[in-house]
Design a protein around this ligand. Structure first.
Ligand code: PLP
Length: 494
Protein backbone atom coordinates (compact mmCIF):
# COMPACT_ATOMS: atom_id res chain seq x y z
CA UNK A 1 0.00 0.00 0.00
CA UNK A 2 1.38 3.40 -1.03
CA UNK A 3 0.31 6.91 -0.03
CA UNK A 4 0.13 10.27 -1.76
CA UNK A 5 -0.91 13.81 -0.88
CA UNK A 6 -4.55 14.91 -1.21
CA UNK A 7 -3.30 17.87 -3.26
CA UNK A 8 -0.85 16.12 -5.60
CA UNK A 9 -2.21 15.76 -9.15
CA UNK A 10 0.80 13.56 -10.08
CA UNK A 11 0.18 11.25 -7.13
CA UNK A 12 3.82 10.71 -6.14
CA UNK A 13 3.91 7.61 -3.94
CA UNK A 14 5.34 7.14 -0.45
CA UNK A 15 5.65 4.26 2.00
CA UNK A 16 3.58 4.32 5.19
CA UNK A 17 6.68 4.66 7.41
CA UNK A 18 7.67 7.82 5.53
CA UNK A 19 4.12 9.15 5.86
CA UNK A 20 4.13 8.58 9.62
CA UNK A 21 7.52 10.24 10.06
CA UNK A 22 6.63 13.20 7.85
CA UNK A 23 3.08 13.88 9.14
CA UNK A 24 2.04 16.53 6.64
CA UNK A 25 2.84 16.37 2.90
CA UNK A 26 5.30 18.99 1.62
CA UNK A 27 2.59 20.62 -0.56
CA UNK A 28 0.48 21.24 2.57
CA UNK A 29 -1.90 18.37 1.78
CA UNK A 30 -2.67 15.31 3.90
CA UNK A 31 -1.44 11.80 3.10
CA UNK A 32 -4.06 9.30 1.92
CA UNK A 33 -3.77 5.62 0.96
CA UNK A 34 -4.01 5.06 -2.81
CA UNK A 35 -6.75 2.45 -2.36
CA UNK A 36 -9.01 1.38 0.50
CA UNK A 37 -8.63 -2.28 1.48
CA UNK A 38 -12.00 -4.06 1.55
CA UNK A 39 -13.27 -6.94 3.67
CA UNK A 40 -16.04 -9.48 3.22
CA UNK A 41 -18.76 -10.02 5.82
CA UNK A 42 -17.26 -13.45 6.51
CA UNK A 43 -13.93 -11.86 7.39
CA UNK A 44 -15.69 -9.35 9.65
CA UNK A 45 -17.51 -12.16 11.45
CA UNK A 46 -14.17 -13.92 12.01
CA UNK A 47 -12.90 -10.80 13.76
CA UNK A 48 -15.30 -11.50 16.63
CA UNK A 49 -12.84 -14.07 17.98
CA UNK A 50 -9.85 -11.67 18.07
CA UNK A 51 -8.52 -9.78 21.09
CA UNK A 52 -8.31 -5.99 20.69
CA UNK A 53 -4.52 -6.00 20.02
CA UNK A 54 -5.00 -8.78 17.43
CA UNK A 55 -7.84 -6.92 15.73
CA UNK A 56 -5.82 -3.68 15.73
CA UNK A 57 -2.76 -5.39 14.22
CA UNK A 58 -4.96 -7.07 11.58
CA UNK A 59 -6.59 -3.80 10.45
CA UNK A 60 -3.32 -1.83 10.65
CA UNK A 61 -1.50 -4.48 8.58
CA UNK A 62 -3.82 -3.69 5.65
CA UNK A 63 -2.60 -0.09 5.63
CA UNK A 64 0.94 -0.15 7.03
CA UNK A 65 2.37 -2.71 4.62
CA UNK A 66 6.03 -1.87 5.26
CA UNK A 67 5.56 -2.97 8.89
CA UNK A 68 5.45 -6.74 9.48
CA UNK A 69 2.41 -8.25 11.18
CA UNK A 70 4.67 -9.35 14.04
CA UNK A 71 5.91 -5.77 14.56
CA UNK A 72 2.37 -4.43 14.56
CA UNK A 73 1.13 -7.10 16.93
CA UNK A 74 4.00 -6.45 19.35
CA UNK A 75 3.26 -2.72 19.33
CA UNK A 76 -0.51 -3.21 19.68
CA UNK A 77 -0.07 -5.59 22.61
CA UNK A 78 2.04 -2.97 24.41
CA UNK A 79 -0.23 -0.07 23.45
CA UNK A 80 -3.54 -1.72 24.39
CA UNK A 81 -2.24 -3.61 27.42
CA UNK A 82 -4.26 -4.47 30.51
CA UNK A 83 -2.20 -1.90 32.47
CA UNK A 84 -3.07 0.90 30.04
CA UNK A 85 -6.69 0.08 29.13
CA UNK A 86 -7.99 -2.59 31.51
CA UNK A 87 -9.90 -5.72 30.51
CA UNK A 88 -11.63 -4.27 27.43
CA UNK A 89 -10.00 -1.37 25.57
CA UNK A 90 -13.34 0.07 24.39
CA UNK A 91 -16.50 -1.61 25.72
CA UNK A 92 -19.96 -0.82 24.35
CA UNK A 93 -22.70 0.00 26.84
CA UNK A 94 -26.34 -0.69 26.01
CA UNK A 95 -28.77 2.15 26.83
CA UNK A 96 -31.78 0.58 25.11
CA UNK A 97 -32.31 -1.94 22.30
CA UNK A 98 -31.15 0.41 19.57
CA UNK A 99 -28.83 2.83 21.39
CA UNK A 100 -25.25 2.06 22.40
CA UNK A 101 -22.33 4.02 23.78
CA UNK A 102 -18.85 3.08 22.55
CA UNK A 103 -16.59 4.03 25.45
CA UNK A 104 -13.31 5.20 23.98
CA UNK A 105 -11.90 6.59 27.23
CA UNK A 106 -10.49 3.60 29.12
CA UNK A 107 -6.88 4.63 28.37
CA UNK A 108 -4.34 6.34 30.65
CA UNK A 109 -5.69 9.90 30.30
CA UNK A 110 -9.42 9.01 30.26
CA UNK A 111 -10.11 10.46 26.78
CA UNK A 112 -10.38 8.97 23.29
CA UNK A 113 -7.10 10.46 22.05
CA UNK A 114 -5.35 7.65 23.97
CA UNK A 115 -6.74 5.14 21.44
CA UNK A 116 -4.41 6.61 18.79
CA UNK A 117 -1.67 8.19 20.93
CA UNK A 118 -0.78 4.97 22.73
CA UNK A 119 0.13 3.26 19.44
CA UNK A 120 1.27 6.06 17.10
CA UNK A 121 4.58 6.82 18.93
CA UNK A 122 5.59 3.16 18.61
CA UNK A 123 4.89 3.33 14.88
CA UNK A 124 6.96 6.52 14.64
CA UNK A 125 9.88 4.97 16.53
CA UNK A 126 9.94 2.10 14.00
CA UNK A 127 9.50 4.56 11.10
CA UNK A 128 12.79 6.28 12.07
CA UNK A 129 14.59 2.97 11.57
CA UNK A 130 12.67 1.97 8.42
CA UNK A 131 13.43 5.30 6.72
CA UNK A 132 17.13 5.21 7.77
CA UNK A 133 16.66 8.43 9.72
CA UNK A 134 19.87 9.36 11.52
CA UNK A 135 18.37 11.88 13.91
CA UNK A 136 16.09 11.16 16.83
CA UNK A 137 12.68 12.88 16.86
CA UNK A 138 11.90 15.84 19.11
CA UNK A 139 8.14 16.35 19.48
CA UNK A 140 6.94 19.84 20.42
CA UNK A 141 3.37 20.27 21.63
CA UNK A 142 1.46 23.45 22.41
CA UNK A 143 -1.59 22.42 24.41
CA UNK A 144 -4.65 23.99 25.94
CA UNK A 145 -4.89 20.95 28.21
CA UNK A 146 -5.99 17.51 27.04
CA UNK A 147 -3.82 16.79 24.01
CA UNK A 148 -0.65 17.55 25.97
CA UNK A 149 -1.32 14.93 28.62
CA UNK A 150 -2.40 12.28 26.08
CA UNK A 151 0.76 12.94 24.02
CA UNK A 152 2.99 12.75 27.13
CA UNK A 153 1.49 9.39 28.11
CA UNK A 154 1.85 8.10 24.55
CA UNK A 155 5.44 9.17 23.92
CA UNK A 156 6.92 8.55 27.36
CA UNK A 157 9.84 6.08 27.39
CA UNK A 158 9.64 5.48 23.62
CA UNK A 159 13.01 4.87 21.91
CA UNK A 160 14.59 7.67 19.88
CA UNK A 161 11.88 10.20 20.73
CA UNK A 162 11.77 13.12 23.16
CA UNK A 163 8.69 15.21 23.87
CA UNK A 164 8.37 18.77 25.22
CA UNK A 165 4.94 20.13 26.15
CA UNK A 166 4.10 23.80 26.68
CA UNK A 167 0.84 25.00 28.23
CA UNK A 168 -0.52 28.42 29.24
CA UNK A 169 0.30 29.09 32.90
CA UNK A 170 -3.14 30.36 33.81
CA UNK A 171 -5.02 28.76 30.93
CA UNK A 172 -5.60 25.14 31.96
CA UNK A 173 -7.75 23.61 34.69
CA UNK A 174 -6.24 22.56 38.04
CA UNK A 175 -6.77 18.91 37.11
CA UNK A 176 -5.09 19.33 33.73
CA UNK A 177 -2.12 21.13 35.31
CA UNK A 178 -1.68 18.40 37.93
CA UNK A 179 -1.94 15.69 35.28
CA UNK A 180 0.96 17.24 33.38
CA UNK A 181 3.06 18.29 36.40
CA UNK A 182 3.04 14.71 37.75
CA UNK A 183 4.08 13.18 34.41
CA UNK A 184 6.74 10.45 34.61
CA UNK A 185 9.03 9.12 31.87
CA UNK A 186 12.72 9.45 30.92
CA UNK A 187 12.18 11.49 27.73
CA UNK A 188 9.56 14.07 28.67
CA UNK A 189 9.54 17.75 29.57
CA UNK A 190 6.67 19.98 30.68
CA UNK A 191 6.81 23.76 31.05
CA UNK A 192 4.17 26.38 31.87
CA UNK A 193 4.42 29.47 29.66
CA UNK A 194 3.44 33.00 30.58
CA UNK A 195 0.89 33.78 27.87
CA UNK A 196 -2.30 32.39 26.39
CA UNK A 197 -2.71 29.32 24.18
CA UNK A 198 -2.49 31.32 20.94
CA UNK A 199 0.82 32.91 22.00
CA UNK A 200 2.27 29.48 22.72
CA UNK A 201 0.94 27.94 19.54
CA UNK A 202 2.43 30.67 17.39
CA UNK A 203 5.76 30.41 19.25
CA UNK A 204 5.85 26.67 18.56
CA UNK A 205 5.03 27.34 14.89
CA UNK A 206 7.88 29.86 14.75
CA UNK A 207 10.26 27.34 16.27
CA UNK A 208 9.21 24.78 13.62
CA UNK A 209 9.94 27.22 10.80
CA UNK A 210 13.21 28.60 12.24
CA UNK A 211 15.87 27.17 9.93
CA UNK A 212 18.93 28.10 11.96
CA UNK A 213 17.40 26.48 15.03
CA UNK A 214 16.64 23.26 13.14
CA UNK A 215 20.25 23.23 11.85
CA UNK A 216 21.42 23.59 15.42
CA UNK A 217 19.15 20.71 16.47
CA UNK A 218 20.43 18.58 13.58
CA UNK A 219 23.98 18.99 14.86
CA UNK A 220 22.79 17.73 18.23
CA UNK A 221 21.14 14.73 16.53
CA UNK A 222 17.48 15.79 16.56
CA UNK A 223 14.78 16.58 14.02
CA UNK A 224 11.57 18.34 14.99
CA UNK A 225 8.33 16.43 14.63
CA UNK A 226 4.70 17.05 15.60
CA UNK A 227 2.07 14.92 17.30
CA UNK A 228 -0.64 16.45 15.17
CA UNK A 229 -3.95 14.70 14.63
CA UNK A 230 -3.68 14.90 10.84
CA UNK A 231 -0.90 12.27 10.82
CA UNK A 232 -2.17 9.10 9.14
CA UNK A 233 -0.51 7.18 11.98
CA UNK A 234 -3.15 8.65 14.28
CA UNK A 235 -6.07 8.11 11.92
CA UNK A 236 -5.47 4.41 11.13
CA UNK A 237 -5.75 3.14 14.74
CA UNK A 238 -9.12 4.90 15.04
CA UNK A 239 -10.64 2.74 12.29
CA UNK A 240 -10.18 -0.34 14.48
CA UNK A 241 -12.71 0.44 17.20
CA UNK A 242 -15.62 0.73 14.79
CA UNK A 243 -14.98 -2.88 13.76
CA UNK A 244 -14.70 -3.78 17.43
CA UNK A 245 -18.09 -2.15 18.18
CA UNK A 246 -19.76 -4.01 15.31
CA UNK A 247 -18.22 -7.32 16.42
CA UNK A 248 -19.43 -6.74 20.01
CA UNK A 249 -22.98 -6.10 18.75
CA UNK A 250 -22.78 -9.32 16.72
CA UNK A 251 -21.43 -11.33 19.65
CA UNK A 252 -24.18 -10.04 21.93
CA UNK A 253 -26.82 -10.92 19.27
CA UNK A 254 -27.96 -7.30 19.10
CA UNK A 255 -27.61 -7.28 15.29
CA UNK A 256 -27.26 -9.93 12.59
CA UNK A 257 -24.28 -10.18 10.24
CA UNK A 258 -24.66 -7.63 7.46
CA UNK A 259 -27.22 -5.50 9.29
CA UNK A 260 -26.39 -1.79 8.97
CA UNK A 261 -25.85 0.45 11.97
CA UNK A 262 -25.64 4.22 12.33
CA UNK A 263 -22.68 5.86 14.03
CA UNK A 264 -22.78 9.25 15.74
CA UNK A 265 -19.50 11.05 16.53
CA UNK A 266 -18.86 14.24 18.56
CA UNK A 267 -16.59 16.01 16.13
CA UNK A 268 -13.83 18.63 16.21
CA UNK A 269 -11.01 18.09 13.77
CA UNK A 270 -13.06 15.47 11.84
CA UNK A 271 -10.53 12.70 12.60
CA UNK A 272 -12.71 10.32 14.60
CA UNK A 273 -15.69 10.47 12.23
CA UNK A 274 -13.42 10.15 9.19
CA UNK A 275 -12.06 6.91 10.68
CA UNK A 276 -15.66 5.63 10.82
CA UNK A 277 -16.02 6.57 7.13
CA UNK A 278 -12.88 4.53 6.34
CA UNK A 279 -14.46 1.59 8.18
CA UNK A 280 -17.58 1.97 6.02
CA UNK A 281 -15.53 2.14 2.80
CA UNK A 282 -13.73 -1.03 3.94
CA UNK A 283 -17.05 -2.85 4.03
CA UNK A 284 -18.29 -2.41 7.61
CA UNK A 285 -22.11 -2.14 7.39
CA UNK A 286 -22.58 1.49 8.41
CA UNK A 287 -25.53 3.44 7.02
CA UNK A 288 -25.46 7.03 8.34
CA UNK A 289 -22.62 8.90 9.99
CA UNK A 290 -24.08 11.58 12.23
CA UNK A 291 -21.66 14.45 12.72
CA UNK A 292 -22.27 16.11 16.11
CA UNK A 293 -21.02 19.65 16.79
CA UNK A 294 -21.28 22.08 19.69
CA UNK A 295 -21.98 25.83 19.23
CA UNK A 296 -18.98 25.94 16.89
CA UNK A 297 -21.31 24.39 14.32
CA UNK A 298 -19.36 25.05 11.14
CA UNK A 299 -19.66 21.38 10.11
CA UNK A 300 -23.43 21.31 10.65
CA UNK A 301 -23.76 24.30 8.33
CA UNK A 302 -21.37 22.74 5.82
CA UNK A 303 -23.28 19.45 5.66
CA UNK A 304 -26.58 21.33 5.31
CA UNK A 305 -25.53 23.94 2.76
CA UNK A 306 -22.30 22.80 1.08
CA UNK A 307 -20.59 26.03 2.18
CA UNK A 308 -17.71 25.89 4.65
CA UNK A 309 -17.27 29.35 6.10
CA UNK A 310 -14.86 30.10 8.92
CA UNK A 311 -15.77 33.78 8.98
CA UNK A 312 -17.83 33.47 12.14
CA UNK A 313 -17.58 33.92 15.90
CA UNK A 314 -15.58 31.41 17.89
CA UNK A 315 -17.31 30.10 21.04
CA UNK A 316 -15.67 28.74 24.18
CA UNK A 317 -17.91 25.87 25.31
CA UNK A 318 -18.12 23.19 28.00
CA UNK A 319 -16.98 20.69 25.33
CA UNK A 320 -13.64 22.44 24.69
CA UNK A 321 -12.01 19.64 22.67
CA UNK A 322 -14.55 20.38 19.93
CA UNK A 323 -14.00 24.15 19.90
CA UNK A 324 -12.55 24.21 16.40
CA UNK A 325 -13.24 26.28 13.30
CA UNK A 326 -10.94 24.43 10.91
CA UNK A 327 -11.61 20.71 10.77
CA UNK A 328 -8.40 19.66 9.03
CA UNK A 329 -9.32 16.06 8.30
CA UNK A 330 -12.32 17.16 6.21
CA UNK A 331 -9.80 17.61 3.38
CA UNK A 332 -9.41 13.83 3.19
CA UNK A 333 -13.17 13.36 2.75
CA UNK A 334 -13.26 16.02 0.02
CA UNK A 335 -10.40 14.24 -1.72
CA UNK A 336 -12.15 10.85 -1.65
CA UNK A 337 -15.42 12.25 -2.91
CA UNK A 338 -14.25 14.90 -5.39
CA UNK A 339 -10.56 14.25 -6.18
CA UNK A 340 -7.29 16.19 -5.81
CA UNK A 341 -8.02 19.06 -8.12
CA UNK A 342 -11.18 20.20 -6.38
CA UNK A 343 -9.87 19.46 -2.89
CA UNK A 344 -6.80 21.65 -3.55
CA UNK A 345 -8.92 24.44 -4.99
CA UNK A 346 -11.26 24.48 -1.96
CA UNK A 347 -8.38 24.40 0.54
CA UNK A 348 -6.74 27.30 -1.28
CA UNK A 349 -9.96 29.25 -1.09
CA UNK A 350 -10.32 28.47 2.63
CA UNK A 351 -6.82 29.77 3.26
CA UNK A 352 -7.18 32.91 1.14
CA UNK A 353 -10.74 34.06 1.75
CA UNK A 354 -11.86 31.90 4.67
CA UNK A 355 -14.57 29.89 2.89
CA UNK A 356 -15.36 27.54 0.03
CA UNK A 357 -18.48 26.10 -1.52
CA UNK A 358 -18.61 22.57 -2.91
CA UNK A 359 -20.57 21.64 -6.06
CA UNK A 360 -24.00 20.00 -5.89
CA UNK A 361 -22.75 16.56 -7.00
CA UNK A 362 -20.10 16.42 -4.27
CA UNK A 363 -22.61 17.60 -1.70
CA UNK A 364 -25.09 14.90 -2.71
CA UNK A 365 -22.43 12.24 -2.47
CA UNK A 366 -21.36 13.41 1.01
CA UNK A 367 -24.98 13.60 2.19
CA UNK A 368 -25.57 9.96 1.20
CA UNK A 369 -23.58 9.15 4.33
CA UNK A 370 -23.05 12.26 6.45
CA UNK A 371 -25.67 14.31 8.26
CA UNK A 372 -24.91 17.05 10.80
CA UNK A 373 -26.62 18.24 13.99
CA UNK A 374 -25.44 20.62 16.69
CA UNK A 375 -26.09 21.09 20.39
CA UNK A 376 -25.76 24.41 22.21
CA UNK A 377 -24.69 24.63 25.87
CA UNK A 378 -28.24 24.24 27.14
CA UNK A 379 -28.90 21.14 24.93
CA UNK A 380 -25.64 19.66 26.15
CA UNK A 381 -26.47 20.13 29.83
CA UNK A 382 -30.02 18.82 29.37
CA UNK A 383 -28.72 15.75 27.55
CA UNK A 384 -26.34 14.90 30.42
CA UNK A 385 -29.31 15.14 32.75
CA UNK A 386 -31.75 13.17 30.57
CA UNK A 387 -29.34 10.33 29.86
CA UNK A 388 -28.52 10.08 33.56
CA UNK A 389 -32.14 10.21 34.68
CA UNK A 390 -33.43 7.79 32.01
CA UNK A 391 -30.61 5.26 31.90
CA UNK A 392 -28.50 5.89 35.05
CA UNK A 393 -25.62 6.44 32.66
CA UNK A 394 -23.14 9.24 33.31
CA UNK A 395 -21.68 10.96 30.23
CA UNK A 396 -19.23 13.80 29.72
CA UNK A 397 -19.95 17.06 27.91
CA UNK A 398 -18.53 15.93 24.52
CA UNK A 399 -20.43 12.64 24.54
CA UNK A 400 -23.56 14.62 25.43
CA UNK A 401 -23.24 16.62 22.22
CA UNK A 402 -23.26 13.25 20.43
CA UNK A 403 -26.37 11.98 22.22
CA UNK A 404 -28.16 15.25 21.55
CA UNK A 405 -27.36 14.97 17.83
CA UNK A 406 -28.61 11.37 17.71
CA UNK A 407 -31.83 12.42 19.42
CA UNK A 408 -32.36 15.25 16.93
CA UNK A 409 -31.65 12.93 14.00
CA UNK A 410 -34.22 10.41 15.21
CA UNK A 411 -36.85 13.09 15.79
CA UNK A 412 -36.32 14.39 12.27
CA UNK A 413 -36.16 11.09 10.40
CA UNK A 414 -37.88 8.39 12.48
CA UNK A 415 -34.87 6.22 11.59
CA UNK A 416 -34.55 3.82 14.49
CA UNK A 417 -31.60 1.83 13.16
CA UNK A 418 -29.29 0.48 15.86
CA UNK A 419 -26.97 3.39 16.61
CA UNK A 420 -23.59 3.69 18.29
CA UNK A 421 -22.51 6.99 19.83
CA UNK A 422 -18.75 7.46 20.21
CA UNK A 423 -18.20 8.38 23.87
CA UNK A 424 -15.01 10.42 23.78
CA UNK A 425 -14.18 11.24 27.41
CA UNK A 426 -14.77 9.85 30.87
CA UNK A 427 -17.33 12.07 32.67
CA UNK A 428 -14.82 12.76 35.47
CA UNK A 429 -12.48 14.38 32.98
CA UNK A 430 -15.03 17.22 32.83
CA UNK A 431 -16.43 16.66 36.31
CA UNK A 432 -17.23 20.29 37.07
CA UNK A 433 -19.54 20.84 34.10
CA UNK A 434 -21.09 17.39 34.44
CA UNK A 435 -21.81 18.09 38.11
CA UNK A 436 -23.23 21.51 37.37
CA UNK A 437 -25.45 20.10 34.62
CA UNK A 438 -26.88 17.36 36.82
CA UNK A 439 -27.40 19.39 39.95
CA UNK A 440 -28.63 22.68 38.57
CA UNK A 441 -25.59 24.87 38.20
CA UNK A 442 -24.11 24.69 41.67
CA UNK A 443 -20.61 25.87 40.93
CA UNK A 444 -17.73 23.98 42.41
CA UNK A 445 -14.05 24.18 41.66
CA UNK A 446 -12.38 21.65 39.45
CA UNK A 447 -10.80 19.33 42.01
CA UNK A 448 -13.61 19.28 44.57
CA UNK A 449 -16.14 18.47 41.83
CA UNK A 450 -14.45 15.07 41.39
CA UNK A 451 -15.38 13.88 44.86
CA UNK A 452 -18.72 15.72 44.84
CA UNK A 453 -19.78 13.96 41.64
CA UNK A 454 -18.68 10.63 43.05
CA UNK A 455 -20.61 11.19 46.26
CA UNK A 456 -23.84 12.05 44.43
CA UNK A 457 -23.72 9.37 41.71
CA UNK A 458 -21.69 6.55 43.27
CA UNK A 459 -19.74 6.17 40.02
CA UNK A 460 -16.09 5.40 40.74
CA UNK A 461 -13.47 8.05 39.89
CA UNK A 462 -11.05 6.51 37.35
CA UNK A 463 -7.66 5.68 38.83
CA UNK A 464 -5.56 8.22 36.84
CA UNK A 465 -7.74 11.07 38.16
CA UNK A 466 -8.42 9.70 41.65
CA UNK A 467 -4.78 9.58 42.72
CA UNK A 468 -3.66 12.84 41.20
CA UNK A 469 -3.16 14.72 44.45
CA UNK A 470 -0.92 11.96 45.86
CA UNK A 471 1.44 11.85 42.91
CA UNK A 472 4.92 13.37 42.92
CA UNK A 473 5.28 16.73 41.16
CA UNK A 474 8.02 16.34 38.55
CA UNK A 475 7.59 19.64 36.71
CA UNK A 476 6.92 23.06 38.18
CA UNK A 477 8.93 25.46 36.05
CA UNK A 478 7.60 28.31 33.98
CA UNK A 479 9.09 30.51 31.27
CA UNK A 480 8.25 33.29 28.85
CA UNK A 481 7.63 32.56 25.17
CA UNK A 482 11.10 34.01 24.37
CA UNK A 483 12.70 31.52 26.76
CA UNK A 484 11.20 28.49 24.99
CA UNK A 485 14.34 27.97 22.88
CA UNK A 486 16.43 27.81 26.04
CA UNK A 487 13.97 25.39 27.65
CA UNK A 488 14.30 23.06 24.63
CA UNK A 489 18.11 23.35 24.65
CA UNK A 490 18.37 22.50 28.32
CA UNK A 491 15.97 19.59 27.87
CA UNK A 492 17.80 17.83 25.02
CA UNK A 493 21.20 18.32 26.64
CA UNK A 494 20.06 16.50 29.77
C1 PLP B 1 -10.38 15.51 20.32
C2 PLP B 1 -11.70 15.25 20.94
C3 PLP B 1 -12.89 15.26 20.16
C4 PLP B 1 -12.91 15.58 18.69
O1 PLP B 1 -12.36 14.55 17.89
P1 PLP B 1 -11.89 14.88 16.40
O2 PLP B 1 -11.19 13.64 15.95
O3 PLP B 1 -10.97 16.06 16.49
O4 PLP B 1 -13.10 15.16 15.61
C5 PLP B 1 -14.09 14.97 20.80
N1 PLP B 1 -14.13 14.72 22.14
C6 PLP B 1 -13.03 14.71 22.89
C7 PLP B 1 -13.15 14.44 24.36
C8 PLP B 1 -11.77 14.97 22.33
O5 PLP B 1 -10.67 14.97 23.10
Amino acid sequence: MKYHSTRDLNKIKYESSFVIKQGLASDGGLFVPETIPTLSLDEISEYTSLSYPELAATILSKYLTDYSFEELLEDCKKAYSYEAFGEDACPIKCLNTNTYSLELWHGPTCAFKDMALQIMPRLLSRALIKTNEENDALILVATSGDTGKAALEGYKNIDRIKIAVFYPQDGVSAIQELQMATQDGNNVNVCAIKGNFDDIQSSVKNIFSNESFSNELNKLGYSLSSANSINFGRLAPQIVYYFKAYCDLLKQNKISLGESINVCVPTGNFGNILAAYFAKLMGLPINKLICASNSNNILTDFLNTGRYDRNRDFHLTISPSMDILISSNLERLLYFVAGSEKASEWMKSLKEVGFYEIDEKTKEEINKTFIGYCADECDTRNTIKNIYNNYSYLIDTHTAVGFSALHQYREATNDNTVSVVASTANPYKFAKDVYNSLFDLETLDDLSSLSALCKKTGEPIPEPLANLTNKKINFNSSATTEEMYEVIHNFIKK
